[in-house]
Ligand binder design. Structure first.
Ligand SMILES: [Zn+2]
Length: 242
C-alpha cells in the first residue's frame, strides 16, 4: 500500500504493470497481493490502486478483514472437532489472547499450569480414554483411580469418586467467586455446565445462565487452573503408588 501511494515511483509502475499482466499462479508481488486480498475478501488490487485508502483507513480495513477471516475459519474448524467443543473462539481473534493466557502471569509455574489447562480444553491431555484410542487393545479406558467408569475429561473434572474431596474443597472457592448461591447451585447441578465453566468460563453457552464480569472471568480461570493442577497431581500420585 505504501507503493500505491507513490504513483510517480518506479515501484508503482512495476506493480501496476504486474497487476495488469500477472498470471493467477505466478509468484510476483502483485500476484501474492491479489491472493491475500481475495482470501480476506478485500477490494481487488485494481480497485485499491484506483482509490488508494489512507494509511489509517487501510490499517482498519485490513485488521477487520483478517479478524473476520480467522474467526470464521476457526469457528468452522472447531465445529467439526468434538474435542474442541468446550473452547470459545475469542472475539476479536487477532491480537486478543484467550482468557486462559490473559489470566496467566508470565512465571514458570503459572505457564506450566496454564499448559495443563490448555491440553485439557483442547482434549489433548492424555487420559485413559485417549490413551486407549492410540494403543487400542493394550490400554483400558477405565479410570485407574476409581475403577468404575471410563476416564474422560468429564469424569476427571466432574465425577471421579476418588477425587471428590479435592472437588468439594475447590468448588467452595468457585462459589465465593460467583458470589451468588442460586447461580452456583444451577451450575453445579448440571454436569455439562460445570465442566464448561471449569474448562472455559467465557463460552457463549454459559451466557444464558450467568453473566460474568471481566474480573470474575480472570478469577475463575485462575481458580480452574489451580483446580486442574491439583487433580492431575493427585491422579499422578495415586497411579504411581499402585
Ligand atoms: Zn475415576
Amino acid at each position: 500500500m505504501n507503493i500505491a501511494r507513490l504513483p510517480e515511483s518506479v515501484e508503482y509502475k512495476i506493480l501496476r504493470r504486474q497487476l495488469l499482466m500477472a498470471e493467477q499462479d505466478s509468484k510476483t508481488l502483485a500476484s501474492n497481493a491479489r491472493k491475500i486480498l481475495e482470501k480476506y475478501n478485500l477490494p481487488t488490487p485494481k480497485e485499491l490502486l484506483e482509490e488508494v485508502p489512507t494509511k489509517d483507513k487501510w490499517k482498519k480495513m485490513f485488521k477487520k478483514a483478517s479478524n473476520d477471516y480467522w474467526e470464521n475459519t476457526w469457528r468452522q474448524e472447531l465445529a467439526t472437532q468434538s474435542t474442541m467443543k468446550y473452547l470459545q473462539v475469542q472475539h476479536p481473534v487477532v491480537d486478543n489472547p484467550h482468557n486462559l493466557w490473559k489470566s496467566t502471569c508470565p512465571k514458570q509455574h503459572e505457564v506450566q499450569r496454564a499448559e495443563i489447562k490448555a491440553r485439557l480444553i483442547t482434549g489433548t491431555f492424555i487420559l485413559q480414554t485417549n490413551a486407549m484410542k492410540f494403543n487400542k487393545s493394550e490400554v483400558s479406558a477405565t479410570c485407574k483411580l476409581c475403577g468404575s467408569d471410563d476416564e474422560t475429561r468429564e469424569h476427571l473434572l466432574g465425577s471421579c469418586s476418588a477425587l471428590s474431596q479435592i472437588r468439594e474443597e475447590n468448588l467452595t472457592r468457585l462459589n465465593v467467586i460467583l458470589s451468588n448461591d442460586n447461580i452456583f447451585t444451577t451450575i453445579t447441578q448440571d454436569s455439562g455446565m460445570l465442566i464448561q465453566i471449569i474448562l472455559d468460563c467465557t463460552h457463549s453457552s454459559l451466557k444464558d445462565h450467568v453473566i460474568l464480569s471481566r474480573d470474575q472471568e480472570t478469577d475463575i480461570e485462575r481458580w480452574s487452573q489451580a483446580y486442574c493442577e491439583r487433580l492431575i497431581t493427585h491422579r499422578a500420585q495415586i497411579i504411581s503408588s499402585k
